[in-house]
Write a protein that binds this ligand. Structure first.
Ligand SMILES: NC(=O)c1ccc[n+]([C@@H]2O[C@H](COP(=O)([O-])OP(=O)(O)OC[C@H]3O[C@@H](n4cnc5c(N)ncnc54)[C@H](O)[C@@H]3O)[C@@H](O)[C@H]2O)c1
Length: 441
């Protein structure tokens, strides 16, 4: 049986453990004059702009020096915006503005820290380019959208370890100080050995990103990326990966799912082509080693119950993880620990603080979040494939589901997935495979 992640991936992924391993052969900090760290953005995204502002807050001596995107209007808007709001933290020369599907290669050459904040499908190839250029990385989630991409991403993360390049993942719950405290108590055994986890991400957002007019066919689909499976991975991979990672973390990062099954569909996301080919609801059961289980429910529909919390059951008690109040109880309901979530610190800023502190430590505080980032992404892909197929799917089978090699595309390529002449995308239907959607609204 082949496994994505070697046993060592489950031993310890924390920065302190890694620091001990890597401290002896620490790399030189890639900082220029006055110890300035230069940031390059791949993808002029909303989150990316936020992440750079978070980095400015976390580290007083970093600057944005390069940007890249596939859409020229996005690079232009980003340069204008930063020059307006943070003129002293920006130094983007005209020849450091790049446009193209592979702009990551140029951005990586022009900076010290690559921010991989483009749409998810291209992330594996940005990670690869950044590591080849020898640069530190901030990588938004997810790591990829298909099994092929996860393999490329994991290989890049492993290579980053060899080169002592720091890599922080945008799975930001990991940097939430209040959740860190809850996880520490779980891992210290307050509720015993964790046997089952339930994660919910039931939201009401519709995320309408219409297939716009103009540009090339590729750019049109990229503008509509969220609703297209080949670009976002579906909402379970794009968004629920946060919750899945939280569940795997509660299990101590010691287990990857053995298999999964699930149900799901498109109940409200029906309009074509604007609502693309992704689902809006899924419920999945994971089977883990030693009889453990994890369940995940996610939904993006209006006027329904909102829930974004985790529920962890151990041999001695139970707890939720991120509600307004977190209450840890023993099996008789006696409260063992209570935490009112005050959100005094932003996990977005804390993740940047961790990255820049690690870079400046010259190896002593080395960080590489690649293992849990790729594991959670692949677990989300396993869910999606199990739901689409209507089958019980093993981890190994999901790893064989392949994917699209985006490194071979350019802006003038025909998008690999396109609607038919009526503007309909093929939709996966459990038990039936991929069929043309029958409703056009
Ligand atoms: N951690 C979080 O809480 C959080 C929150 C929001 C978004 N995100 C993640 O951040 C990323 C960006 O999301 P967003 O909603 O801000 O996106 P967005 O739609 O605002 O921007 C995405 C940008 O990426 C560009 N792009 C597409 N392909 C590219 C390529 N090959 N090279 C360079 N640029 C490319 C697009 O043209 C677009 O400008 C996604 O991975 C998303 O999942 C994370």
């Amino acid at each position: 049986m082949t496994k994505l992640l070697p046993r060592r991936a489950f031993v310890k992924t924390g920065s302190l453990a890694s620091a001990a391993v890597f401290a002896s052969s620490a790399p030189r900090v890639h900082a220029g004059e006055n110890n300035l760290l230069r940031i390059g953005m791949v993808g002029c995204s909303g989150r990316g702009r936020g992440a750079v502002l978070n980095a400015f807050e976390a580290d007083p001596n970093c600057k944005l020096v390069a940007v890249g995107d596939v859409l020229p209007d996005r690079t232009q808007k980003t340069v204008e915006l930063f020059n307006k709001v943070k003129p002293d933290r920006v130094d983007i020369k005209p020849d450091h503005v790049f446009v193209g599907l592979d702009c990551c290669k140029n951005v990586a050459q022009a900076c010290d820290v690559v921010f991989s904040v483009e749409i998810p499908a291209f992330r594996p190839w940005t990670l690869k380019a950044a590591v080849e250029a020898g640069k530190h990385i901030f990588a938004e989630k997810p790591a990829a959208v298909d099994a092929l991409g996860v393999k490329v991403a994991q290989a890049a993360c492993d290579e980053a370890k060899k080169k002592k390049l720091n890599l922080v993942s945008g799975l930001c719950w990991r940097y939430d100080p209040e959740l860190q405290e809850i996880m520490k108590r779980i891992h210290d055994g307050l509720i015993g050995d964790v046997v089952t986890v339930r994660e919910c991400l039931l939201t009401q957002h519709g995320f309408k990103r219409p297939v716009a007019q103009g540009d090339t066919a590729m750019q049109r689909e990229i503008r509509a990326w969220y609703n297209l499976r080949w670009l976002s991975g579906d909402f379970i991979v794009e968004q629920t990966v946060h919750a899945i990672d939280k569940g795997l973390w509660a299990l101590g990062d010691k287990f990857q799912p053995l298999s999964a099954f699930g149900v799901g569909g498109r109940m409200s996301r029906t309009a074509q082509p604007d609502r693309g080919d992704i689902y809006d609801s899924m419920g999945v059961g994971y089977n883990m080693a030693e009889g453990r289980t994890m369940n995940t429910f996610c939904r993006q529909q209006q006027n329904c119950w909102y829930e974004y919390d985790g529920y962890v059951v151990g041999t001695k008690g139970y707890t939720n993880t991120v509600g307004k109040t977190v209450v840890m109880c023993d099996l008789n309901g006696k409260v063992l620990f209570e935490q009112k979530r005050l959100r005094l610190k932003s996990s977005y800023v804390e993740e940047q603080r961790a990255l820049f502190t690690a870079i400046r430590s010259g190896g002593a505080m080395y960080i590489n979040n690649g293992d849990y980032m790729c594991r959670a992404t692949m677990a989300a892909i396993l869910c999606r494939q199990a739901v689409y197929s209507g089958n019980l799917l093993t981890w190994e089978e999901a790893m064989q589901t392949g994917g699209i090699d985006l490194s071979k595309l350019n802006l003038n390529s025909e998008p690999p997935i396109q609607p038919d002449e009526k503007g309909r995308f093929k939709i996966p239907v459990p038990g039936l495979g991929e069929v043309w959607h029958t409703v056009v609204r």
